[in-house]
Design a protein around this ligand. Structure first.
Ligand SMILES: C[S@@+](CC[C@H](N)C(=O)[O-])C[C@H]1O[C@@H](n2cnc3c(N)ncnc32)[C@H](O)[C@@H]1O
Length: 334
Protein backbone atom coordinates (compact mmCIF):
# COMPACT_ATOMS: atom_id res chain seq x y z
CA UNK A 1 0.00 0.00 0.00
CA UNK A 2 1.31 3.46 -0.88
CA UNK A 3 2.06 5.71 2.03
CA UNK A 4 2.15 9.18 0.52
CA UNK A 5 -1.03 10.79 1.83
CA UNK A 6 -1.64 14.50 1.63
CA UNK A 7 -2.31 16.20 4.94
CA UNK A 8 -5.55 18.18 5.39
CA UNK A 9 -5.51 20.61 2.51
CA UNK A 10 -7.39 23.37 4.28
CA UNK A 11 -4.61 23.58 6.86
CA UNK A 12 -1.47 23.16 4.77
CA UNK A 13 -0.60 26.53 3.23
CA UNK A 14 2.58 25.34 1.52
CA UNK A 15 0.99 22.32 -0.12
CA UNK A 16 -2.05 24.36 -1.18
CA UNK A 17 0.29 26.82 -2.88
CA UNK A 18 2.09 23.98 -4.66
CA UNK A 19 -1.15 22.35 -5.87
CA UNK A 20 -3.22 25.37 -6.90
CA UNK A 21 -1.49 25.74 -10.31
CA UNK A 22 -2.83 22.26 -11.20
CA UNK A 23 -6.44 23.25 -10.56
CA UNK A 24 -8.55 23.69 -13.67
CA UNK A 25 -11.13 25.96 -12.07
CA UNK A 26 -10.93 29.44 -10.63
CA UNK A 27 -13.67 31.11 -8.61
CA UNK A 28 -16.80 31.50 -10.73
CA UNK A 29 -15.89 28.84 -13.31
CA UNK A 30 -17.63 25.57 -14.23
CA UNK A 31 -16.20 22.36 -15.71
CA UNK A 32 -18.61 20.28 -17.79
CA UNK A 33 -17.91 16.61 -18.29
CA UNK A 34 -17.72 15.90 -22.04
CA UNK A 35 -18.98 12.33 -21.61
CA UNK A 36 -22.16 12.55 -19.56
CA UNK A 37 -22.65 16.21 -18.73
CA UNK A 38 -21.79 16.22 -15.01
CA UNK A 39 -20.88 19.74 -13.87
CA UNK A 40 -18.45 20.91 -11.22
CA UNK A 41 -18.43 24.59 -10.29
CA UNK A 42 -16.03 26.62 -8.17
CA UNK A 43 -18.94 28.48 -6.70
CA UNK A 44 -20.58 29.71 -3.52
CA UNK A 45 -23.66 27.76 -2.41
CA UNK A 46 -25.14 30.80 -0.67
CA UNK A 47 -25.29 32.83 -3.91
CA UNK A 48 -28.50 32.28 -5.90
CA UNK A 49 -26.88 33.72 -9.01
CA UNK A 50 -24.03 31.17 -8.82
CA UNK A 51 -26.34 28.25 -8.08
CA UNK A 52 -28.49 29.13 -11.10
CA UNK A 53 -25.34 29.48 -13.20
CA UNK A 54 -24.50 25.86 -12.28
CA UNK A 55 -27.91 24.33 -12.96
CA UNK A 56 -29.21 26.49 -15.82
CA UNK A 57 -32.82 25.58 -16.62
CA UNK A 58 -32.56 22.04 -15.26
CA UNK A 59 -34.92 21.05 -12.50
CA UNK A 60 -33.26 18.52 -10.26
CA UNK A 61 -34.90 15.73 -8.26
CA UNK A 62 -32.43 15.12 -5.48
CA UNK A 63 -30.11 17.29 -3.40
CA UNK A 64 -27.51 15.80 -1.07
CA UNK A 65 -25.76 18.49 0.97
CA UNK A 66 -22.95 18.11 3.46
CA UNK A 67 -22.04 21.62 4.63
CA UNK A 68 -19.32 22.52 7.12
CA UNK A 69 -20.87 21.78 10.51
CA UNK A 70 -19.86 24.85 12.53
CA UNK A 71 -17.91 22.72 14.97
CA UNK A 72 -14.59 20.98 15.54
CA UNK A 73 -12.42 20.85 12.42
CA UNK A 74 -14.31 23.63 10.62
CA UNK A 75 -14.33 27.38 10.96
CA UNK A 76 -16.84 28.27 13.61
CA UNK A 77 -19.05 31.34 13.40
CA UNK A 78 -21.75 32.70 15.69
CA UNK A 79 -24.67 30.29 15.62
CA UNK A 80 -27.28 32.75 14.32
CA UNK A 81 -24.95 33.64 11.42
CA UNK A 82 -24.41 29.97 10.65
CA UNK A 83 -28.16 29.29 10.59
CA UNK A 84 -28.82 32.35 8.40
CA UNK A 85 -26.15 31.11 6.02
CA UNK A 86 -27.81 27.66 5.94
CA UNK A 87 -31.19 29.29 5.22
CA UNK A 88 -29.67 30.94 2.14
CA UNK A 89 -28.39 27.73 0.52
CA UNK A 90 -31.59 25.90 1.50
CA UNK A 91 -33.64 28.61 -0.31
CA UNK A 92 -31.32 28.23 -3.30
CA UNK A 93 -31.90 24.47 -3.20
CA UNK A 94 -35.64 25.03 -3.21
CA UNK A 95 -35.29 27.14 -6.38
CA UNK A 96 -33.64 24.35 -8.35
CA UNK A 97 -35.49 21.27 -7.08
CA UNK A 98 -38.55 20.08 -8.98
CA UNK A 99 -41.98 19.98 -7.33
CA UNK A 100 -41.50 16.28 -6.42
CA UNK A 101 -38.03 16.02 -4.97
CA UNK A 102 -35.89 14.96 -2.03
CA UNK A 103 -33.36 16.82 0.07
CA UNK A 104 -30.81 15.15 2.35
CA UNK A 105 -28.60 17.18 4.68
CA UNK A 106 -25.73 15.81 6.75
CA UNK A 107 -25.25 17.78 9.94
CA UNK A 108 -23.44 17.45 13.25
CA UNK A 109 -24.24 18.40 16.82
CA UNK A 110 -21.60 19.67 19.20
CA UNK A 111 -22.12 17.93 22.54
CA UNK A 112 -19.73 20.42 24.12
CA UNK A 113 -21.82 23.36 22.97
CA UNK A 114 -25.52 22.63 23.55
CA UNK A 115 -25.61 20.28 20.52
CA UNK A 116 -25.49 23.21 18.08
CA UNK A 117 -26.11 23.54 15.18
CA UNK A 118 -28.38 20.51 14.59
CA UNK A 119 -31.52 21.59 16.53
CA UNK A 120 -31.18 25.19 15.33
CA UNK A 121 -31.01 24.01 11.74
CA UNK A 122 -34.08 21.78 12.24
CA UNK A 123 -36.10 24.69 13.62
CA UNK A 124 -35.02 26.90 10.70
CA UNK A 125 -36.20 24.15 8.31
CA UNK A 126 -39.74 24.37 9.72
CA UNK A 127 -40.05 27.73 7.96
CA UNK A 128 -38.90 26.31 4.61
CA UNK A 129 -41.08 24.67 1.95
CA UNK A 130 -39.83 21.16 2.76
CA UNK A 131 -41.56 18.41 4.73
CA UNK A 132 -39.51 16.44 7.24
CA UNK A 133 -39.53 12.70 6.45
CA UNK A 134 -36.78 11.02 8.42
CA UNK A 135 -33.96 11.59 10.84
CA UNK A 136 -31.28 9.02 9.99
CA UNK A 137 -28.28 8.17 12.13
CA UNK A 138 -25.23 6.53 10.63
CA UNK A 139 -23.41 4.54 13.29
CA UNK A 140 -19.63 4.63 12.92
CA UNK A 141 -17.64 1.66 14.18
CA UNK A 142 -14.94 3.81 15.60
CA UNK A 143 -15.50 7.00 17.50
CA UNK A 144 -13.99 9.12 20.14
CA UNK A 145 -14.68 9.93 23.73
CA UNK A 146 -13.27 9.71 27.18
CA UNK A 147 -13.69 7.05 29.84
CA UNK A 148 -16.22 9.41 31.42
CA UNK A 149 -18.65 9.79 28.56
CA UNK A 150 -20.43 7.65 25.94
CA UNK A 151 -18.24 7.17 22.92
CA UNK A 152 -19.32 9.47 20.08
CA UNK A 153 -20.07 7.28 17.07
CA UNK A 154 -22.95 8.92 15.24
CA UNK A 155 -23.46 11.01 12.13
CA UNK A 156 -26.82 12.61 11.48
CA UNK A 157 -28.60 12.74 8.14
CA UNK A 158 -31.86 14.67 7.71
CA UNK A 159 -34.31 13.70 4.97
CA UNK A 160 -36.87 16.22 3.67
CA UNK A 161 -39.17 16.20 0.66
CA UNK A 162 -41.27 18.45 -1.57
CA UNK A 163 -44.40 16.95 -3.15
CA UNK A 164 -44.35 13.19 -3.72
CA UNK A 165 -40.87 12.14 -4.82
CA UNK A 166 -39.62 8.69 -5.80
CA UNK A 167 -38.77 6.36 -2.95
CA UNK A 168 -37.32 3.04 -4.06
CA UNK A 169 -37.60 0.80 -1.02
CA UNK A 170 -35.37 -1.89 -2.57
CA UNK A 171 -32.41 0.45 -2.07
CA UNK A 172 -32.95 0.13 1.64
CA UNK A 173 -32.15 -3.56 1.97
CA UNK A 174 -28.79 -4.27 3.58
CA UNK A 175 -26.52 -7.33 3.40
CA UNK A 176 -27.29 -8.13 7.03
CA UNK A 177 -29.38 -11.29 7.47
CA UNK A 178 -32.37 -11.19 9.75
CA UNK A 179 -31.50 -13.09 12.88
CA UNK A 180 -34.50 -12.64 15.13
CA UNK A 181 -37.41 -15.02 14.81
CA UNK A 182 -40.82 -14.64 16.33
CA UNK A 183 -43.65 -12.24 15.55
CA UNK A 184 -46.01 -15.17 14.97
CA UNK A 185 -49.20 -14.34 13.12
CA UNK A 186 -52.01 -16.42 11.68
CA UNK A 187 -52.24 -16.14 7.89
CA UNK A 188 -54.96 -18.17 6.08
CA UNK A 189 -55.38 -20.45 9.08
CA UNK A 190 -51.61 -21.14 9.31
CA UNK A 191 -49.33 -19.89 12.05
CA UNK A 192 -46.46 -18.12 10.32
CA UNK A 193 -43.39 -16.44 11.70
CA UNK A 194 -41.91 -13.19 10.51
CA UNK A 195 -39.22 -14.68 8.23
CA UNK A 196 -41.88 -16.53 6.21
CA UNK A 197 -43.85 -13.35 5.71
CA UNK A 198 -41.09 -10.94 4.86
CA UNK A 199 -39.97 -9.75 1.41
CA UNK A 200 -36.31 -10.34 2.11
CA UNK A 201 -33.96 -12.45 4.19
CA UNK A 202 -32.05 -9.28 5.01
CA UNK A 203 -32.90 -6.34 7.23
CA UNK A 204 -33.80 -2.87 5.98
CA UNK A 205 -31.41 -0.07 6.84
CA UNK A 206 -34.22 1.87 8.48
CA UNK A 207 -33.21 5.14 10.04
CA UNK A 208 -30.19 3.74 11.89
CA UNK A 209 -27.52 2.66 9.42
CA UNK A 210 -25.10 0.23 11.02
CA UNK A 211 -23.59 -1.20 7.87
CA UNK A 212 -21.61 1.76 6.58
CA UNK A 213 -17.89 1.85 7.26
CA UNK A 214 -16.50 5.30 7.96
CA UNK A 215 -13.76 6.20 5.46
CA UNK A 216 -10.22 5.67 6.66
CA UNK A 217 -6.81 5.42 5.01
CA UNK A 218 -6.84 1.66 4.32
CA UNK A 219 -10.03 1.85 2.24
CA UNK A 220 -9.71 2.17 -1.52
CA UNK A 221 -12.18 5.05 -1.53
CA UNK A 222 -10.01 7.16 0.77
CA UNK A 223 -9.05 10.54 -0.72
CA UNK A 224 -6.20 11.95 1.30
CA UNK A 225 -6.13 15.72 1.71
CA UNK A 226 -9.89 15.61 2.33
CA UNK A 227 -10.95 15.80 5.94
CA UNK A 228 -14.69 15.24 5.77
CA UNK A 229 -15.29 12.54 3.20
CA UNK A 230 -18.59 10.66 3.35
CA UNK A 231 -18.69 6.92 2.63
CA UNK A 232 -19.67 6.10 -0.94
CA UNK A 233 -22.02 3.39 0.34
CA UNK A 234 -24.20 5.95 2.15
CA UNK A 235 -24.40 8.23 -0.91
CA UNK A 236 -25.11 5.26 -3.16
CA UNK A 237 -28.03 4.25 -0.92
CA UNK A 238 -29.50 7.77 -1.00
CA UNK A 239 -29.16 8.05 -4.78
CA UNK A 240 -30.78 4.67 -5.44
CA UNK A 241 -33.62 5.32 -2.98
CA UNK A 242 -34.46 8.86 -4.04
CA UNK A 243 -33.75 9.25 -7.74
CA UNK A 244 -34.16 7.42 -11.04
CA UNK A 245 -31.62 6.77 -13.81
CA UNK A 246 -30.85 9.93 -15.85
CA UNK A 247 -32.08 12.24 -13.06
CA UNK A 248 -29.92 15.16 -12.04
CA UNK A 249 -28.54 15.06 -8.49
CA UNK A 250 -27.08 18.21 -6.90
CA UNK A 251 -24.54 18.63 -4.12
CA UNK A 252 -23.43 22.14 -3.11
CA UNK A 253 -20.47 20.97 -0.99
CA UNK A 254 -18.52 18.54 -3.12
CA UNK A 255 -15.16 18.24 -1.28
CA UNK A 256 -13.87 14.77 -2.31
CA UNK A 257 -16.62 14.39 -4.96
CA UNK A 258 -18.45 11.44 -3.37
CA UNK A 259 -21.86 12.48 -4.70
CA UNK A 260 -20.51 12.95 -8.22
CA UNK A 261 -18.94 9.49 -8.12
CA UNK A 262 -22.13 7.93 -6.71
CA UNK A 263 -24.11 9.58 -9.53
CA UNK A 264 -21.67 8.30 -12.17
CA UNK A 265 -21.86 4.74 -10.83
CA UNK A 266 -25.68 4.84 -10.81
CA UNK A 267 -26.12 6.50 -14.22
CA UNK A 268 -27.36 9.81 -12.90
CA UNK A 269 -25.98 13.23 -13.78
CA UNK A 270 -24.50 15.32 -11.01
CA UNK A 271 -24.22 19.11 -10.72
CA UNK A 272 -21.89 19.90 -7.85
CA UNK A 273 -19.79 22.77 -6.53
CA UNK A 274 -17.22 23.65 -3.95
CA UNK A 275 -15.99 27.09 -2.97
CA UNK A 276 -12.41 25.79 -2.88
CA UNK A 277 -10.71 25.21 -6.27
CA UNK A 278 -8.59 22.41 -4.79
CA UNK A 279 -11.63 20.37 -3.84
CA UNK A 280 -13.19 21.07 -7.26
CA UNK A 281 -10.05 19.67 -8.89
CA UNK A 282 -10.05 16.62 -6.61
CA UNK A 283 -13.71 16.01 -7.51
CA UNK A 284 -12.92 16.07 -11.24
CA UNK A 285 -9.81 13.91 -10.79
CA UNK A 286 -11.73 11.36 -8.74
CA UNK A 287 -14.21 10.90 -11.59
CA UNK A 288 -11.42 10.64 -14.18
CA UNK A 289 -9.44 8.23 -11.98
CA UNK A 290 -12.53 6.03 -11.58
CA UNK A 291 -13.14 5.97 -15.34
CA UNK A 292 -9.51 5.14 -16.04
CA UNK A 293 -8.89 2.54 -13.34
CA UNK A 294 -12.23 1.49 -11.85
CA UNK A 295 -10.90 2.61 -8.47
CA UNK A 296 -13.03 4.84 -6.26
CA UNK A 297 -10.18 6.64 -4.49
CA UNK A 298 -6.42 6.62 -3.90
CA UNK A 299 -6.31 4.73 -0.60
CA UNK A 300 -3.17 6.15 1.07
CA UNK A 301 -1.79 7.74 -2.09
CA UNK A 302 -3.22 11.03 -3.39
CA UNK A 303 -4.94 12.72 -6.34
CA UNK A 304 -1.91 14.74 -7.51
CA UNK A 305 0.57 11.86 -7.59
CA UNK A 306 1.65 12.55 -11.19
CA UNK A 307 2.63 16.14 -10.52
CA UNK A 308 3.47 16.44 -6.88
CA UNK A 309 5.67 14.34 -4.59
CA UNK A 310 4.16 14.60 -1.18
CA UNK A 311 6.77 14.43 1.56
CA UNK A 312 6.41 10.98 3.13
CA UNK A 313 4.13 11.26 6.11
CA UNK A 314 4.37 9.44 9.37
CA UNK A 315 1.42 7.10 9.02
CA UNK A 316 0.34 7.44 12.61
CA UNK A 317 0.40 11.20 12.49
CA UNK A 318 -1.20 11.94 9.17
CA UNK A 319 -3.51 9.13 8.19
CA UNK A 320 -7.15 9.93 8.55
CA UNK A 321 -8.83 8.48 11.55
CA UNK A 322 -5.68 7.39 13.32
CA UNK A 323 -5.17 10.46 15.43
CA UNK A 324 -5.94 10.00 19.04
CA UNK A 325 -8.50 11.75 21.21
CA UNK A 326 -8.38 15.55 21.00
CA UNK A 327 -6.83 15.85 17.53
CA UNK A 328 -9.38 13.75 15.64
CA UNK A 329 -9.41 14.89 12.03
CA UNK A 330 -12.90 13.70 11.20
CA UNK A 331 -15.39 16.51 11.81
CA UNK A 332 -18.25 14.09 11.58
CA UNK A 333 -17.21 12.70 14.95
CA UNK A 334 -18.22 15.04 17.70
C1 LIG B 1 -18.13 18.55 4.84
S1 LIG B 1 -17.31 18.89 3.34
C2 LIG B 1 -18.28 17.91 2.21
C3 LIG B 1 -17.83 16.45 2.15
C4 LIG B 1 -18.40 15.65 0.99
N1 LIG B 1 -19.73 15.22 1.25
C5 LIG B 1 -17.54 14.43 0.68
O1 LIG B 1 -18.01 13.29 0.79
O2 LIG B 1 -16.37 14.59 0.35
C6 LIG B 1 -17.80 20.56 3.06
C7 LIG B 1 -17.21 21.24 1.81
O3 LIG B 1 -17.95 22.47 1.63
C8 LIG B 1 -17.10 23.42 1.03
N2 LIG B 1 -17.73 24.77 1.24
C9 LIG B 1 -17.69 25.53 2.36
N3 LIG B 1 -18.41 26.65 2.18
C10 LIG B 1 -18.94 26.59 0.93
C11 LIG B 1 -19.78 27.44 0.16
N4 LIG B 1 -20.24 28.60 0.63
N5 LIG B 1 -20.14 27.05 -1.09
C12 LIG B 1 -19.68 25.87 -1.61
N6 LIG B 1 -18.86 25.03 -0.92
C13 LIG B 1 -18.50 25.38 0.33
C14 LIG B 1 -15.77 23.20 1.72
O4 LIG B 1 -14.70 23.70 0.93
C15 LIG B 1 -15.74 21.67 1.91
O5 LIG B 1 -15.01 21.08 0.87
Amino acid sequence: MKNTPLPRLDESCEIRKALLPYCRLKAGEIWEDPLTGHRVGCLDASSLEQVLYLTGDHKTTLAIHDPPYNLVAFDERPLHQYVEWCARWIENTDRILSSDSSLYVWLGADQNDGFQPLPDFMVMMRGQPFRARSFITVRNQRGYGTQKNWMAVRQELLYYVKGRPTFNVDAEYTDIPKILRGYYKEVNGQITENLQRSRSENIRAGNVWVDVQQVFYRMEENVSGCYAQKPLKSIDRIIRASSAPADVVVDFFSHSGTTLLGAEINNRRCFTMDIDPLFCEITIRRLEHYRRTGRVGWQNGHPFEDQYDCPRQDEAEHSKGTRSQSKVAQPSLF
